[in-house]
Ligand binder design. Structure first.
Ligand code: HEM
Length: 185
């Protein structure tokens, strides 16, 4: 199949195939692409686990009016750090991914194709938003004097951040954009 019709637009499938084949043939895909993709894919689980643990600590702390202890503060710091490492991995991946390269070099065609548009634009936008929300929440919680207010701030900002992140992960079960649960080196 050379092309397909999507919402009245003719999508050049051969163009994408040629582009990817060219990259593979001329060895222009960075050697770092696969290791970064594997690491970024794995790091999503650390992001989710740390956020869920931070939310468990903050909701029980907020609703149970508990003190904001050392473990809570360490959890806040580690969660933000993991999320920021994922941001750096994502940024590095963004500039070497052949999918994103295709998007940046063929903006019009790329915008018309769900998967190319997702990794070229939607994923980065939503993930940046989620990470910004978590960063603001963490910084605001740090500045609060009251223990319960610290828990409450983390609970609210991290919940919204997590929901934004969850909505833009290419889940293996998604009928739209799907990627494996785990990748191996
Ligand atoms: C918490 C934040 C993030 C999570 C949980 C996340 C998760 C994921 C997952 C699960 C994949 C699929 C990996 C695979 O193919 O197995 C992926 C791909 C990707 N992510 Fe992220 N991501 C995050 C943030 C970002 C950010 C901020 C950027 C860009 C700055 C980014 C750029 C990319 C790119 C370029 C790809 C794949 C491109 C390709 O397949 O060639 N991600 N991400």
């Amino acid at each position: 199949m050379r092309s397909c019709l999507h919402k009245g637009k003719n999508i050049d499938l051969v163009g994408i195939q040629n582009f990817l084949t060219m990259y593979l043939t001329f060895g222009k895909i960075s050697a770092m692409y696969h290791p970064l993709l594997v690491t970024h894919s794995f790091f999503r689980w650390l992001v989710l686990a740390s956020l869920l643990f931070a939310l468990y600590r903050s909701y029980t702390g907020w609703l149970g009016k508990k003190p904001f202890n050392k473990l809570d503060n360490t959890t806040r710091i580690i969660t933000s750090t993991i999320v920021h490492i994922q941001l750096l991995l994502g940024l590095a991946l963004y500039f070497i991914s052949p999918i994103v390269q295709y998007f940046l070099n063929n903006f019009k065609e790329g915008m018309a194709q769900r998967e190319i548009r997702f990794f070229g634009m939607e994923h980065i936008t939503m993930m940046l938003l989620g990470i910004i929300l978590i960063t603001i929440g963490s910084a605001k919680a740090k500045r609060k004097e009251d223990n319960v207010q610290k828990h409450k701030t983390i609970a609210i900002w991290f919940t919204i951040g997590l929901l934004v992140i969850l909505s833009s992960i290419p889940w293996a079960f998604s009928p739209l954009i799907s990627r494996p649960w785990f990748r191996w080196f």
